[in-house]
Design a protein around this ligand. Structure first.
Ligand SMILES: Nc1nc2c(ncn2[C@@H]2O[C@H](COP(=O)(O)OP(=O)(O)OP(=O)(O)O)[C@@H](O)[C@H]2O)c(=O)[nH]1
Length: 393
């Protein structure tokens, strides 16, 4: 009996030891993670921040800093494509539409186009800021054509008016933006204009237009007069993943512009967009400052595009200020902002005629993508509140 008890105890001991040897290693081993159903993001904050941004050489001398997008920044936006924007935003021209569409078309559809009616048509065009010379030309041609063609129906008159307005906008002008890099050197766009015209906003919107079209962009905050302008620009850039080069407050705008292009060459972007200040006491100061920005930037290569930003609501007065800029730098295109805020859409015609420079872009609101490439036929259709009449739109 005693032997049986000893054998049973020995067997029990063997069983316990065997069981433990199976269980203990399992307890020690870390449990296997469950098989992931989706990819797990194992990146650290450093990984997310991307490769470290090298400080440009110039930082040592001028204090210019490159702002990389902050860690944890909101996701990069994909702006809407630019094709057809003017058509989509045509309702923004509703104030001008009343003057042109309702006013002019109403006059033209009167039973008798007598002398008084023609005078009223002339007045309407002048009131809409078309400018005296252009108005005379448009009305003379309309009178002549209605007489020769014996045009009477509303549709025919509308077509004639539209044709004359499009002609006054010279559809043959080149309105493309030169934004493609050549031999690894980015295209450089300088944005000028009086303060408050919408320069910084326009720079941001252009950056979005370029990104939407697949370009890489770097912004240069050479408006060092107003500290908030650089912050504003940086916010615009950050939204579409574009770097901003800025300097300390009241830094030399030319040195910031220089460093922006230098950085653009280093990182190999397609386009460098430079925002400038317009708040200058007098014409000489403005000419000096912009002239210097131009000379210094051109040490890297020629400036590809100089855009003059004009506020459409300032009408004919804005045109006088615009002249100062055209004398200081070689303006290659006009951006007419705030067309949504005026009934005087005719200013586009006056601007082109007076300055002899094509309107390339129009601002139609404060929204991020409220900037459209300018197209004369689409613009006239929007002004008249009509559908395209078989012209190239
Ligand atoms: N309604 C409307 N507002 C616009 C348009 N473009 C710009 N603005 C507004 O105009 C105001 C001035 O714009 P900014 O871009 O700061 O002007 P700025 O020329 O850079 O001004 P400074 O930096 O002071 O020289 C802002 O409130 C913009 O939102 C537009 O097309 N339509």
């Amino acid at each position: 009996m005693k032997e049986y008890l000893l054998v049973a105890l020995a067997l029990l001991g063997v069983l316990i030891i065997g069981g433990l040897s199976l269980v203990v290693p399992r307890l020690r081993r870390r449990p296997e993670p469950p098989l992931p159903t989706t990819e797990v993001d194992t990146r650290t904050e450093e990984d997310l921040a991307g490769p470290p941004v090298e400080a440009p050489e110039a930082e040592l001398s001028t204090g210019v800093v490159v702002e990389a997008p902050p860690v944890g920044a909101p996701p990069i936006e994909v702006p809407e494509p630019t094709a057809g924007r003017l058509v989509r935003l045509r309702s923004r021209l509703s104030r001008s539409q009343n003057a042109f569409g309702k006013g002019l078309l109403g006059l033209l559809s009167r039973d008798r186009l007598d002398e008084d009616t023609w005078e009223e048509i002339e007045d309407s065009l002048i009131t809409a800021d078309v400018g005296i010379d252009s108005t005379r030309e448009i009305v003379d041609r309309l009178r002549e054509r209605t007489r020769v063609l014996g045009t009477r129906t509303g549709d025919e008159l509308r077509t004639l008016l539209a044709t004359e307005l499009v002609n006054a906008l010279d559809p043959s002008l080149d309105r493309s933006l030169r934004t493609t890099s050549t031999d690894g050197v980015p295209a450089v766009l300088l944005v000028v204009g009086v303060n408050g015209a919408g320069k910084t906003t326009t720079c941001g919107k252009i950056a979005r237009v370029l990104v939407a079209d697949g370009r890489t962009v770097l912004l240069g905050a050479a408006d060092t007069f107003r500290a908030a302008a650089a912050d504003q620009l940086e916010t615009w850039g950050g939204r579409v993943g574009a770097e901003t080069v800025r300097g300390p407050e009241a830094a030399d705008p030319a040195s910031v512009a220089f460093d922006a292009v230098k950085r653009g060459i280093e990182v190999g972007v397609d386009t460098v967009l430079i925002d400038t200040a317009g708040r200058l006491q007098n014409k000489v100061g403005l000419m000096d400052e912009l002239g210097k920005v131009k000379r210094v930037v051109e040490k890297h290569g020629p400036i590809d595009e100089t855009l003059l930003v004009l506020d459409a609501t300032t009408g004919q007065n804005g045109l006088e200020q615009a002249r100062v800029f055209t004398e200081a730098v070689n303006v290659t295109g006009v951006v007419l902002t705030k067309l949504d805020g005026t009934a005087k859409g005719g200013i586009v015609i006056a601007v082109q005629r007076k300055l002899g420079i094509p309107v390339k872009l129009v601002g139609l609101g404060e929204g991020k993508d409220d900037l459209a490439p300018f197209d004369p036929a689409q613009f006239v259709d929007a002004l008249l509140g009509t559908e395209p009449l078989g012209r190239d739109a």
